[in-house]
Design a protein around this ligand. Structure first.
Ligand code: IPM
Ligand code: MG
Length: 358
């Protein structure tokens, strides 16, 4: 089969890590008889520099015409002082919305080879950490009405959290469907139902959906408690489902349990097969061009693309196993060096190690 992949390399380390993921995809393609055709489009700071806007229409059209999208990272200090509607981050929200990518899957798994990098005590993580965080991605406060106005105490600003039953139901179904494919079959739904009306609706709808999945255990948790439980007892979580903003915050927290944000992939999905795949980390402008970037999160994102957009499960596992084997053999990039005395590999060298295993 041939597949058309739109590349949004973005800024900072984005181009280096996307390059690595494409090399891995090509090797998998050779091995299993697929051809991946790439078309690169501008997004983020590089798009601002070249066209004046962070998300050119051509980029949106190109992504829509592709089978899937692979994204590096956007943003950097150069564009940090631009007004909100021109910031590189705006492009990320814009492309998620334009492609209807309401389901964001962020797995956080602690590799046994890297358990020394986990900042939590060994007795806390001894039962393992294997969380799939499912974050609602096109609603809530990120997309609600916002603005400035004159308030009681003078000028003020506001942002609105709003969720429809429809939006909660579809993300809840995504979470329960994911749980059904896993051994533990547990969904923890995180909200702030003791205060927010939108969370009370969230909880009602999740309970309604749960009735269709009698095999799945469904637990509600308040977000402040969840922040605490992730540190106190992360092994209790299997699939987690939550709103856009709570998911943004908690997915960064859970990433730290695994040792490095440089390892974690993500998939953003909607109703069509065309998804967007990106590492959870940012553009790391401080190390861009130095060769220090860890390509693993982007390579694992490419594996998620094979699984979710192209239904190539065996090929996806082949990449994941290659990464497992390379880490188990002790190869490290600088970010996951920890206490190890190994010589850190560059982005290119790490990619080469992974290619050898495929
Ligand atoms: C993320 C990022 C983005 C978000 C930013 C860059 C807009 O933090 O993907 O988690 O908040 O969604
Ligand atoms: Mg974030």
């Amino acid at each position: 089969m041939e597949y058309k992949i739109a590349l949004l390399k973005g800024d900072g380390i984005g181009p280096e890590i996307v390059e690595s993921a494409c090399e891995v995809l090509d090797k998998v393609g050779e091995k299993f008889g697929h051809k991946f055709n790439y078309e690169a489009y501008l997004m983020g700071g590089c798009a601002i520099d070249a066209t004046g806007v962070p998300l050119p229409d051509e980029t949106v059209a190109g992504c829509k015409a592709s089978d899937s999208v692979l994204l590096g990272a956007v943003g950097g200090p150069k564009w940090d002082t631009l007004p909100g509607h021109l910031r590189p981050e705006k492009a990320l929200l814009g492309i998620r919305h334009a492609l209807g990518l309401y389901t964001n899957i962020r797995p956080a798994k602690l590799y046994s080879a890297l358990s020394a990098e986990c900042p939590l005590r060994a007795d806390i993580v001894e039962k393992g950490v294997d969380i799939v965080m499912i974050r609602e991605l096109t609603g809530g406060i990120y997309f609600g009405e916002r603005g400035r106005r004159d308030g009681q105490f003078g000028p003020e600003a506001y942002d609105t959290e709003a969720y429809s039953e429809f939006e909660v139901e579809r993300i809840a179904r995504a979470a329960f469907d994911t749980a059904m494919k896993r051994d533990r079959k547990k969904v923890t739904s995180i909200d702030k139902a003791n205060v927010l009306e939108s969370s009370r609706l969230w909880r009602e709808v999740v309970h309604k959906v749960a009735k269709d999945y009698p095999e799945v255990e469904c637990v509600d948790m308040l977000v402040d408690n969840a922040a605490m439980q992730l540190i106190k007892n992360p092994s209790q979580f299997d699939v987690v489902v939550t709103s856009n903003m709570f998911g943004d915050i908690l997915s960064d927290e859970s990433s730290q349990i695994t040792g490095s944000i440089g390892l974690l992939p993500s998939a953003s999905l909607g109703d069509s097969k065309c998804g967007m795949y990106e590492p959870i980390h940012g553009s790391a402008p401080d190390i861009a061009g130095t060769g220090k970037a860890n390509p693993i999160a982007t390579i694992l994102s490419a594996a998620m693309m094979l699984r979710y957009s192209f239904d190539l499960e065996e090929e996806a596992r082949c990449i994941e196993k290659a990464v497992d084997d390379v880490l188990a053999a002790g190869w490290r990039t600088a970010d996951i060096l920890g206490t190890s005395d190994a010589t850190p590999l560059s982005c290119k060298e790490m990619t080469a190690k992974i290619l050898e295993q495929i």
